[in-house]
Design a protein around this ligand. Structure first.
Ligand SMILES: [Zn+2]
Length: 278
């Protein structure tokens, strides 16, 4: 696995809070991802020890702190196999940057440094599934790490999109990381009443009007399903391991992704851990 050869900083607006936030990634040789708010006296907390919830995006929580919208950062770290660092921040949210994971990947790739230590691999050996109405998520055994995602929206630009992909550093960088957050113009008022989307703008979100994209062009014709895969990887990264298995989702979101993470975590007979992977 990798750590960083130097500190990295990211700053900008949080997509939900609308506040300016600052993120500092610090090299470490502990072989784990630790979190600590900037200038806080608390002991750094392991990523895998944090509570998490879905509220607009992926929220990490402990008794002492909250960090919102971690999914694009966590997806980048797991896919680049950067598993040894400290995450510090000011403000309570990871900056949204351009709405994708590409700015994280670009900086992380330039700054990473290999460690002797290997990253653990969680290999699915028995299928697990959760349904919620028509939506479902599933994990099954497979030879590699594969993600299959299908979405359906009653909107002419999105309609039905499906994509199956083997996840590797290359496929993540090329096909997934550049896909941006999207949202419907008609939902903005409601979202803002719920404390969400206060920082969303045409610069960080693909905005859909009633029948069209308000701020074209798209980066991929199926950018929407690609972004859903990015979010899914970001939630699966909460397991703190590289993965082997086929992870599929139909019309899902952070809530269901996270239920699958909990189901995997709680069903230790459905996976094995290889301690010495990459
Ligand atoms: Zn996202």
């Amino acid at each position: 696995m990798y750590t960083l050869e130097r500190e990295l900083f990211f700053s900008g607006r949080g997509v939900h809070s609308g506040q300016e936030t600052r993120l500092r990634l610090k090299p470490s040789t502990t072989g784990s991802i630790l979190l600590q708010p900037h200038l806080s006296p608390i002991t750094p907390v392991l990523l895998t020890a944090c509570e998490f919830e879905a509220h607009g995006g992926t929220v990490l929580k402990t008794n002492n702190f909250v960090l919102r919208t971690v999914e694009h950062l966590l997806a980048s770290l797991i896919c680049l196999r950067i598993g040894s660092l400290e995450i510090l921040w000011e403000g309570e949210e990871v900056p949204i940057l351009d709405g994708s994971a590409a700015p994280f990947v670009e900086e992380l790739e330039k700054a990473r440094r290999p460690l002797e230590q290997k990253m653990p691999l969680l290999k699915i050996i028995k299928p697990l599934e959760i349904k919620d109405g028509q939506a479902w998520v599933r994990a099954e055994p497979a030879e590699t790490w594969e993600i299959s995602y299908e979405i359906e929206f009653n909107h002419p630009v999105i309609a039905r999109q499906a994509l199956t992909l083997e996840i590797s550093e290359e496929t993540f960088k090329q096909a997934i990381a550049p896909a941006r957050t999207f949202g419907f113009l008609q939902d903005v008022e409601n979202l803002r009443r719920m404390g969400l989307a206060h920082g969303s703008s045409w610069e960080n979100t693909v905005v859909l009007g009633e029948r069209e994209i308000i701020n074209p062009p798209l980066r991929f014709p199926d950018e929407f399903v690609r972004h859903k895969i990015l979010d899914f990887i970001g939630d699966l990264a909460l397991l703190g391991c590289y993965l082997q298995g086929r992870f599929s989702a139909f019309r899902a979101g952070h809530q269901l992704h996270q239920q699958l993470v909990r189901l995997i975590r709680d069903n230790k007979n459905c996976w094995i851990l290889k301690d010495n992977f990459v």
